[in-house]
Design a binder for this molecule. Structure first.
Ligand code: ADP
Ligand code: AMP
Length: 214
């Protein structure tokens, strides 16, 4: 099963992807994670993406479509893949359709996690991520057992550099202007599954699982 996981920044895409990987054996393909890794390794894509990410803007489509296509070409998807954070505008959605056709890949469902906007800022300011394994925590909603240390691997937890107040605001505006229109796009195609993301993490997961099983 191949799915697209959509929702505004902080909706819980990474959190739910982690569970889908663990419980359903899917593979997570997060464009944000791929760009952060590329930045760390100073690759061409990383260098080009950096200024956009630092400002909370979308990385140009050409760079983004290329890294997704490259990853999809590699295959090795286990029971399927989760596109987390891609597509993020209509042009990317259309590109994905072309890439899927070319590679003979089928997207089975588009899952949209819906959360009230006021809640997102609180979630994002408390988000912490493991430098080693990428697990996601939250100071308030999902604290690690030992502060600053990952429960899973003992790695160091850090706060993303694009999670200051101003950049978060820009990212939310970017979402409204460019990504939100995809809700209509996929609704019109009859492919959208809406999930209430304003519940405990396990309840969100159970809703996603139930809908995917249908
Ligand atoms: P996204 O990948 O959509 O940007 P994350 O999965 O990283 O979002 O979640 C953002 C923050 O909110 C994280 O710190 C995470 O632990 C927390 N979070 C995720 N889901 C929930 C939830 N259902 N209730 C409360 N906090 C949540
Ligand atoms: P995320 O980890 O999904 O919150 O993404 C972090 C940042 O990476 C975004 O603010 C964008 O700058 C960039 N990014 C991630 N995915 C995409 C995408 N599909 N298109 C353009 N930029 C992206």
């Amino acid at each position: 099963m191949n799915i697209i996981l959509m929702g505004p920044p902080g909706a819980g895409k990474g959190t739910q992807a982690e569970k889908l990987v663990e419980k359903l054996g899917l593979v997570q393909i997060s464009t944000g994670d791929m760009f952060r890794a590329a930045m760390k390794e100073n690759t061409d894509a990383g260098v080009r993406a950096k200024s956009f990410m630092d400002q909370g803007l979308l990385v140009p489509d050409e760079i983004t479509n290329d890294i997704v296509k490259e990853r999809l070409l590699q295959g090795n998807f286990g029971n399927g893949f989760i596109l987390d954070g891609y597509p993020r505008n209509v042009f990317q959605a259309e590109s994905l359709e072309k890439i899927s056709e070319e590679l003979n890949i089928k997207i089975d469902a588009v899952v949209n996690i819906d959360v009230d906007f006021e809640k997102l800022i609180g979630r994002l300011s408390g988000r912490r991520i493991c430098r080693s394994c990428g697990a996601t925590y939250n100071l308030k909603f999902k604290p690690s057992k030992v502060e600053g240390v990952c429960d899973k691997c003992g790695g160091e937890l850090y706060q993303r550099s694009d999670e200051d107040e101003e950049t978060v605001k820009t990212r939310l505006n970017t979402y409204v202007e460019q990504t939100q229109p995809l809700i209509d796009y996929y609704t019109n195609k009859g492919e959208l599954i809406n999930i209430n993301g304003d519940q405990a993490m396990d309840d969100v997961f159970n809703d996603i699982k139930t809908q995917l099983e249908k």
